[in-house]
Every structure is written in C-alpha cells, then in structure tokens.
Design a protein around this ligand. Structure first.
Ligand code: ZN
Length: 270
C-alpha cells in the first residue's frame, strides 16, 4: 500500500487545501503569455468556487493557513487591466486578491519596461503595459485587497549586490506603506527569481510572506512560498491539471523538479 501524499509543510498540520495562483494582466485582446482573458479568468475562478474554495489574500493564506479550502489569487506587476477587468470578477465572487506592484512604475501612466515585456511596448498593445495609479491601488486596498511589493524596478534580485538588493526590498516596502497607509507584509520576487540570500534579505527587511514561481511546489518557508503560474495558453483542461491537489503534491517532491524542466518552464515570465 502507498501512503497518501502529504503537502510538505514542517510547521503545520495540513487540513484543507490551500492554492496560491499567480496571474499577471487581464485583457480581451493582448495575446501575451502573461495575459489572460476575462472569460478565462472567470471560468477558472468559478471552477474553484464550485469546488468549495474561498478567496483569501496572499499573506492570510501563508501566515494564517485557513481551515477551509482557500485560494489566494495574486496578480504580479499591477497592470491597470487588473483593476478594470479582473477586479469585477473577484468582486462578483466576493473574494479579495493580492496585487504585487513594482513601485518605480506605479502612477507613471507610461508602459512598464523590463526584459520579458519590452517587446510589446512600441506596438498596438503598448497600453497594456501601463500600471495602475496609487489611487487605483488604494481603491483595491479599500475593497479588501492586499497590495504587496514587487520590488522597485523589477530586477533579477539574485544578480544584485547586498546594497542594491536591500534598496529594492526596503524602498518598495516603504513606498507601498507611505502611499497606501497600511502595512506591506508581502513581496513577489520578479521572475520568481530568488535564492536563500534573497529570502533572508526579504525577511530582514520586514517582509513576512513572499511568493515564488517554482517548478517544485514545496511550501516550507513563508518567504519562499510557491505559486501556480497561470498563462495565456492555459485552457480549462490544463488549468484543472495545474490546480489539482494531487498534481501539486507530486510537484512537492524533489524528483519533480528535474522532470518538470523537461515538460515546461514555468519560470522567467515576469
Ligand atoms: Zn513581474
């Protein structure tokens, strides 16, 4: 007989399933890997609601593991489309979500820019790269959403020296707090790029929870919490597989990491 799979977690007994999703933009027309249509987003979240999941913020999910089946919906990069097209879907379900904002770009009214999205800046989809304003982020916060940091400038944190790493972590945190008047407890590492040095620096900067985008779904450290990335090409069949508790438990095993690289890379998409 095989033992039942258990989600790896050293600190807490695991009762109900906890799912953390990572989205980026929401658009009717932008065919980017980082974008999802409102119809697909609604279908995916409706599926989870029908299965008994309820939405919570990222920090609540990670630090106060809910007793009920819970999903933390997170959006990286703070695209304006999340406010315009994503928020109504979450509001209809009565769920909060979490936005991770790169603070140097918020409120600029200009397309954001970093390797991975720059190819869209000059074409017909350039406006899709415009971030939310601080006022828009504040409206989401007032509605119960969590606003976390996505650093200041969206760098690869593992490539920074100590001083630059500290600046990206601490200044983005204080800017979120100054603009929104509430604590900023969470961060998502750009590109999911992190290592133990980055996680320890985030902890030292005062963060309590941090999202990654790993191929291996082992949840052992609140500062390296794995999220399931959902992308443009994920139809409902593929989404069902990605969110399957069994698949995620299998992905907690070290052996999955190498095998998964052969299947599809879930990293490096922003
Ligand atoms: Zn990003």
């Amino acid at each position: 007989m095989h033992k039942p799979f258990k989600f790896r977690n050293r600190n807490r007994a695991v009762s109900a399933d906890l799912l953390v999703l990572c989205y980026h933009a929401v658009s009717e027309r932008w065919p980017a890997d980082l974008s999802i249509t409102p119809a697909n987003l609604a279908a995916q979240l409706d599926l989870l609601a029908a299965r008994g999941y309820r939405g919570v913020t990222f920090t609540e999910a990670v630090l106060h593991r809910p007793a009920h089946k819970a999903v933390a919906v997170t959006f990286d990069d703070a695209y304006r489309s999340v406010l315009e097209l994503g928020e109504p879907i979450l509001t209809r379900l009565g769920w909060p979500a979490t936005v991770f904002v790169p603070t140097d770009f918020a409120g600029t009214e200009q397309p954001m820019s970093w390797p991975g999205i720059d190819q869209w800046a000059s074409g017909e989809f350039g406006r899709e790269l415009v971030p939310m304003s601080w006022e828009g982020l504040g409206r989401l916060a007032e509605a119960g959403w969590e606003i976390g940091s996505h650093t200041c400038s969206h760098p690869h944190l593992t490539e920074l020296d100590e001083s630059a790493l500290d600046e990206e972590l601490r200044r983005s945190k204080s800017e979120c707090q100054d603009h929104l008047g509430s604590r900023c407890d969470a961060i998502a590492y750009p590109y999911g790029d992190h290592d133990l040095r980055v996680a320890n620096a985030a902890r030292a900067a005062g963060y309590r929870a941090a999202g990654t985008l790993p191929s291996r779904m082992s949840a052992e450290d609140p500062l390296r919490w794995p999220r399931v990335g959902v992308y443009y090409g994920d139809d409902l069949r593929r989404f069902r597989t990605k969110v399957s508790p069994l698949v995620r438990r299998l992905r907690a095993y070290r052996a999955w990491e190498g095998a998964d690289r052969l299947r599809v890379s879930l990293r490096g998409r922003g």
